[in-house]
Ligand binder design. Structure first.
Ligand code: 0RA
Length: 398
């Protein structure tokens, strides 16, 4: 099962697969807008203004490249040319044929090479091969599909779930505009005996700040220790983007992504990040006399208290491990992320001593709280064991 499940999660996954293909086109540098619509009857429409899926016919089979993408499992990845590797999720671009196979019908409209081309499928089988239906000077791809009700438990998309994921995709792809609109007839709902009309919903996401916008969004209701997030971006074998912003909160809040997939179990990219952050703040604290020679080092937990961070890396052949296959395993990523974060973060702290000081004050107060809690625990234990040895007990205390 490619889509994971036939529950509502799997249903939503169909949308992500199709959107991922358009996001790949954006990452290749050719698509600026993606519009997602939930139409009446739970039909999904995803439209982009990329180059359009290639329409030329295969010399031997006589079948168009576009039809091949939609009917042959695993075909997707083969048509990238050298336009760049597939980096978003989307099961290496094989998603289109999977969505097609799991849909009652699919209709694909492509604009490119001066024309409008269209093809149609039912339950994965071609019912209308690609044909030219008109002229156009634009380019782009539009996919409409109705998920197969004999496969999925429900076809009722949850607008909020799709909206959240599309917002995330927009944060992760700087400058890409993604819209979502729910055009289904508004449902009457009865809440506490009163009829409440659910209004049709829509949203538009475009973040020039990328991950900076993401952490600002995550921290919007929190008290910030510094206004501008710390931003790190490095291209190379493993492109890395990181944004960090501290708040007065006591929790750590780190989100990690590999090829736009949320790696909720973390992995080597997160390890590299943590290693660098711990080392850089300790080194800075020592070299600037904030920690004295006799002082203990701050531990990772102290340094990450109040931290909100988003880490996004692009890995060519990601190995996903763990219970839910959302833990990055590629071991070379640890060092690459650690080095990139070390260099950029230490430079940032040197250039922004006031922010460095404010963050370190917070880390040191976390350290003191941790030490105080430890001492209190020790004292309580000691007291307990002394009482235990001197006082005869009537009842057994735990
Ligand atoms: C491979 C090559 C080219 C375009 C695409 C893939 C493409 C695929 C999808 C899927 C959804 N939207 C898309 N947009 C583009 C074009 C290669 C060229 O024109 O040279």
């Amino acid at each position: 099962m490619y889509i994971g499940s036939v529950s509502i999660r799997g249903l939503h996954h169909l949308v992500y697969e199709i959107v991922d293909n358009s996001v790949d086109e954006a990452l290749a540098g050719y698509c600026k807008n993606i519009n997602v619509t939930i139409e009446e009857g739970n039909v999904i429409c995803v439209e982009d203004d990329g180059r359009g899926i290639p329409v030329e016919k295969h010399a031997k089979t006589g079948i168009s490249a576009a039809e091949t993408v939609y009917t042959i499992l695993h075909a997707g990845g083969k048509f990238g040319g050298d336009s760049g590797y597939k980096v978003s999720g989307g099961l290496h671009g094989v998603g289109s044929s999977v969505v097609n196979a799991l849909s009652e019908w699919t209709e694909v409209t492509i604009q490119r090479d001066g024309g409008i081309f269209q093809m149609a499928f039912e339950r994965g089988k071609t019912v209308k091969p690609l044909e030219r239906i008109g002229d156009s000077d634009k380019t782009g791809t539009k996919v409409r599909f109705l998920a197969d009700s004999t496969i999925f438990e429900t076809l009722e998309y949850e607008y909020e779930v799709l909206e959240k994921r599309l917002r995330e995709m927009a944060f992760l792809t700087k400058g890409l505009k993604i819209t979502i609109e729910d055009k289904r007839a508004p449902k009457e709902e009865v809440i506490d005996g009163e009829e409440v009309e659910i209004k049709p919903r829509k949203a538009e996401f475009c973040f020039e700040g990328g991950l900076n916008s993401f952490v600002e969004y995550l921290n919007k209701n929190k008290e910030k220790i510094h206004e501008m997030p710390i931003y790190i971006e490095k291209d190379g074998e493993v492109p890395i983007e990181v944004a960090i912003q501290y708040t007065t909160s006591y929790s750590e809040n780190i989100y990690t992504f590999v090829n736009n997939i949320n790696t909720i179990e973390g992995g080597t990219h997160l390890e590299g990040f943590k290693r660098a952050v711990t080392k850089v703040f300790n080194d800075y604290a020592r070299s600037h006399g904030i920690l004295k020679e006799k002082d203990l080092n701050l531990v990772g937990e102290d340094i990450r208290e109040g931290m909100t961070a988003v880490i996004s890396v692009k890995v060519k052949e990601p190995q996903f491990e763990g219970q839910t296959k959302t833990k990055l395993g590629n071991s070379n990523v640890t060092g690459i992320v650690a080095n990139a974060v070390s260099d950029a973060l230490s430079a940032f702290l040197e250039e922004n001593p006031n922010i460095a000081k404010a963050i370190l004050e917070k880390c040191i107060s976390a350290f003191r709280a941790r030490e105080a809690a430890r001492k209190a625990r020790e004292l309580a234990r000691k007291k307990n064991s002394m009482e235990g040895s001197t006082l005869p007990r009537k009842t057994c205390r735990l």
